[in-house]
Design a protein. Structure first.
Length: 113
């Protein structure tokens, strides 16, 4: 079973940066596409960014140019570098293997204005 442990969230002022990390176990990490997702209060979970096993990336429009997803297959870890944060980025952030329905606890990101 996939296990996901997210970390790196916190409280930051608008314009600031955070780097999220997610350690993955229970899968052959190097061959799976990974994604970062987020869920704001009262809203549905949404996809933020994905990265394939070959390193191809994709982002939702609202974070393009500000967020960068990356992965380290040797460490079974996926990262999300978030720059120029905005209050609307406030949410619980989750990582997951694309297509997997088991979720970790996530990590809270709060951006103050």
């Amino acid at each position: 079973q996939v296990q996901l442990v997210e970390s790196g969230g916190g409280l930051v002022q608008a314009g600031g940066s955070l780097r999220l990390s997610c350690v993955v176990s229970g899968v052959i990490f190097s061959i799976d596409a990974m994604g970062w997702y987020r869920q704001a209060p009262g809203k549905q979970r949404e996809l933020v960014a994905t990265i394939t096993s070959l390193g191809m990336t994709n982002y939702r429009d609202s974070v393009k140019g500000r967020f960068t997803i990356s992965r380290d297959n040797a460490k079974n870890t996926v990262y999300l570098q978030m720059n120029s944060l905005k209050p609307e980025d406030t949410a619980v952030y989750y990582c997951n293997v694309v297509g997997n329905n088991n979720w970790g606890r996530g990590t809270q990101v709060t951006v103050s204005s």
